[in-house]
Design a protein around this ligand. Structure first.
Ligand SMILES: [Zn+2]
Length: 179
């Protein structure tokens, strides 16, 4: 096993993951592994349901460390491709916290979270993907960092193919990696 690119430490938002080494834009950081649970099983986890990541309408990964402690940000420096792989959206310096936007994985009409990320564009509450501003939905979809089942739902709702015209660098990276 190669050395982990991140380490876990306590920060302003509780436990989080931080870069151990410089991470390039488009580079993979970690995979969200763990048992796959139904929504009903997730509810039985209580507080720990915050550590699950939705990968289907009724499928969630009960994530293992270190991915388990990845915090949310409304201005993320990382995103999920291929439903489980966390990649850098820009250069991440050693010691910097690695965060993704939880709304890119949420479509369940159940769980919300008050946000204290403190970024200028903070939305104050983390909601399902379909409740994000339309421009932000399009931005994340073009980056290729929205869970595939949510993209399918979004396209069905839009009633037309809204595939981006130009492949972004992240989409090109995904293709190169076989996603
Ligand atoms: Zn926020």
């Amino acid at each position: 096993m190669p050395q982990e690119k991140v380490f876990i430490r306590h920060g302003a938002l509780g436990r989080g993951i931080y870069a151990r080494i410089p991470i390039r834009a488009g580079e993979s950081i970690l995979t969200f592994d763990g048992p796959v649970l139904s929504h009903e099983q997730v509810l039985s986890l209580g507080e720990a349901q915050a550590y699950t990541i939705q990968i289907g309408p009724d499928e969630y990964v009960d994530t293992t460390q270190p991915g388990r402690y990845t915090n949310h940000s409304c201005e993320p420096n990382a995103g999920i491709v291929g439903d489980r792989l966390l990649i850098a959206l820009r250069h991440i310096a050693p010691g910097e916290e690695v965060q993704f936007d939880y709304s890119t994985t949420m479509s369940e009409d159940h769980w919300t979270m008050e946000c204290r990320c403190g970024r200028p564009s903070c939305r104050n509450v983390v909601l399902d993907f379909d409740l994000l501003p339309a421009s932000l939905q399009t931005h994340y979809i073009r980056l290729g960092i929205v869970q595939s089942f949510i993209v399918r739902e979004w396209r069905a709702k839009a009633g037309r193919d809204r595939r981006p015209n130009r492949a972004s660098p992240i989409v090109q990276f995904r293709r190169a990696e076989g996603f």
